[in-house]
Design a protein around this ligand. Structure first.
Ligand code: SF4
Length: 332
């Protein structure tokens, strides 16, 4: 049975446009379709068991302290050092570390290590996102070494969207490794590593074993993606802790305080947010985020939150100001 499962898994990997070696990415649609338009069904949506699911995983890594760990997005215009510095000054003191992410409409960015260096110059600890789409294994190793040299607090390792999903479909997606392989490279570079967990993404039954494979590769921190509110987050964390994970767990808290940020969030998480979460004014949006953060933090297995605020170039500083208000409130 195990050999049949392994063989089916290898067929799926060979068919996948991102060559996912350790199971499906989080882009599988609710109807089982691949995230790449026109590709058809994701080949990982079959019924076979996970071929190499660790029974339990998780080195005992330092948990957050007595107050919650706040990781916040740092919204800034792409390729704009002045915008990065302005966001850093706005968010200083509002979080423990600052996530430098990736967005489909803003694929071309300064390298993660350079952005981290700019933040370090402002006294902030960066937590850059690293993806497998834009760099091959050799370039990733160089980028991870540069991040370590820039003094990052950690790196967030993801496979990354297929280029067909962003504004640069002309680019070739590399996918030399997937997120699990990238975790191993980051650990070898001596960096603290976070990974994403998407408990609500189909095929739901494969999400926890896939996450445990990333943990076994060396992940210290799990960031639980939007999955419907505090209740679903708590259930996902219960399952993760029951599987033996002893590291740090952060829960994503969506932040939508204007039409732009609501539109960005709706673009990737509309079906996985609390009911009517996006239909709020700015002040209500701040209050909703603080309230949801406190709800998820009430669970003893949750160590902190990731404030996840969508932005575009035109509203990035306004979003940084709102994230700062939320972060300071949660830290007070
Ligand atoms: S949804 Fe993700 S894992 Fe599935 S085939 Fe497409 S790229 Fe591969």
């Amino acid at each position: 049975m195990a050999n049949i499962a392994q063989a089916a898994w290898e067929v799926a990997q060979a068919a996948c446009p991102k060559h996912m070696a350790h199971g499906p990415c989080a882009g599988v649609a609710d109807d089982g379709a691949c995230e790449v338009p026109g590709f058809g069904s994701c080949p990982y949506t079959g019924e076979w068991p996970f071929p190499a699911a660790p029974a339990a995983a998780g080195r005992a890594t330092p948990r957050a302290g007595t107050r919650p760990f706040i990781l916040t997005d740092l919204p800034a215009a792409p390729l704009d050092a002045a915008s990065l510095r302005a966001a850093a000054r706005t968010l200083a003191g509002a979080a423990d570390a600052f996530l430098l992410g990736d967005h489909g409409a803003e694929r071309v960015q300064f390298p993660p290590s350079y952005r981290a260096r700019i933040l370090a110059g402002e006294g902030l600890a960066a937590w850059p996102g690293i993806n497998c789409r834009d760099r091959n294994r050799v370039a990733l190793e160089g980028e991870l070494a540069a991040c370590a040299d820039a003094g990052v607090a950690g790196v967030h390792c993801v496979t990354g969207d297929h280029p067909a999903l962003g504004h640069r479909p002309d680019a070739t997606g590399v996918f030399d490794v997937d997120s699990t392989g990238l975790v191993a490279l980051a650990r070898a570079a001596g960096l603290p590593v976070s990974v994403a967990h998407a408990p609500a993404a189909p095929p739901v039954a494969l999400r926890l074993p896939r996450l445990l494979t990333k943990v076994a590769a060396g992940a210290d921190v799990v960031v639980v993606d939007h999955c419907g509110g505090a209740g679903p987050v708590h259930r996902a964390v219960d399952a993760l802790r029951a599987a033996g994970f002893a590291g740090t767990v952060l829960a994503c808290v969506p932040v939508a305080t204007d039409a732009v940020s609501a539109g960005v969030l709706a673009g990737f998480a509309a079906g996985r947010l609390p009911h009517r979460y996006l239909e709020r004014s700015r002040v209500d949006g701040i209050g909703a985020a603080v309230g949801l953060a406190r709800e998820v933090l009430a669970h003893p297995g949750v160590d902190g939150v990731n404030l996840s605020g969508g932005s575009r170039a035109g509203n990035s500083l306004a979003m940084a100001r709102d994230l700062a208000v939320i972060g300071r409130e949660l830290r007070s």
